[in-house]
Design a protein around this ligand. Structure first.
Ligand SMILES: [Zn+2]
Length: 237
């Protein structure tokens, strides 16, 4: 049986509570990563995440490419989102258990990568999503096992459904079954845990109603077991 940790990006939206209710019914605990500037627009939905005890990750304030920002702008993006998340937990009457971060587009900041990693660890004190059971060789080769930010190893890419670019449900299914993917990892691999990426997107929902149920139900039907995310403190430099 293959194992996976579910991470959900680009929340909150008006869809967020429905995704949570569905996952709760299935006994699946995700990490949900917030775009800071969406929090005010969907505050009740954001609070619902915190009330359900789900770890909220920081996914920047405006979802930029970090390689196109100055260091001070990177800091600002992260800081504003931390404040937004603090406000959400406060309104929920809940304590923040873990702070984690994921770059938009997986863009680690180009030339500023090392400085940003240091900032994530030393200034913001982010933890790492425990990836000790992610055993794909490329994970270690690319230092993804030590980066502070949360990577993923399998992306459903379901947001492309609404792009009408030839990407269909069949593409998703074939990617799930592709045992030798060019990039990323094999979702049904029994030898490693996957960190799976799904998105919280109203556009995708408008295109394929209940897309999140369809994706997760399909993964479950193929024997994927979703395990509870754990968090670890990064090692000091
Ligand atoms: Zn994103």
């Amino acid at each position: 049986m293959s194992k996976a940790i579910l991470t959900i990006d680009d929340a909150p939206t008006k869809l967020t509570p429905k995704i949570i209710d569905y996952l709760s019914a299935k006994g699946i605990t995700p990490v949900i990563n917030f775009i800071g500037c969406e929090v005010d627009k969907h505050f009740d939905e954001a609070v619902y995440v915190a009330k359900n005890g789900i770890v909220i990750g920081n996914h920047s304030f405006t979802h930029p490419n970090f390689s196109e920002l100055e260091l001070s702008e990177c800091r600002d993006e992260i800081e504003k989102t931390e404040h937004a998340i603090d406000g959400v937990y406060k309104a929920a009457g809940a304590e923040i258990a873990h702070r984690v971060f994921r770059f938009p587009y997986g863009d680690k900041g180009g030339a500023r990568e090392a400085q940003i990693q240091k900032m994530l660890r030393d200034e913001f004190g982010f933890e790492r999503l425990d990836d000790s059971e992610v055993l794909f060789p490329y994970w270690k080769e690319n230092h993804l096992d030590t980066d502070i930010n949360m990577h993923w190893s399998f992306d459903f890419l379901e947001y492309e459904l609404s792009w009408m670019n030839g990407f269909t449900w069949d593409t998703i299914v074939s990617r799930i079954h592709d045992s030798k993917p060019e990039m990323g990892s094999y979702l049904l691999d029994n030898s490693s845990v996957n960190i799976v990426l799904m998105h919280d997107m109203e556009e995708t929902e408008a295109f394929l109603s209940g897309y999140y149920e369809k994706l997760i139900d399909y993964a479950l039907s193929q024997g994927v077991e979703f395990i509870k995310p754990r968090f670890v403190k990064p090692k000091p430099e």
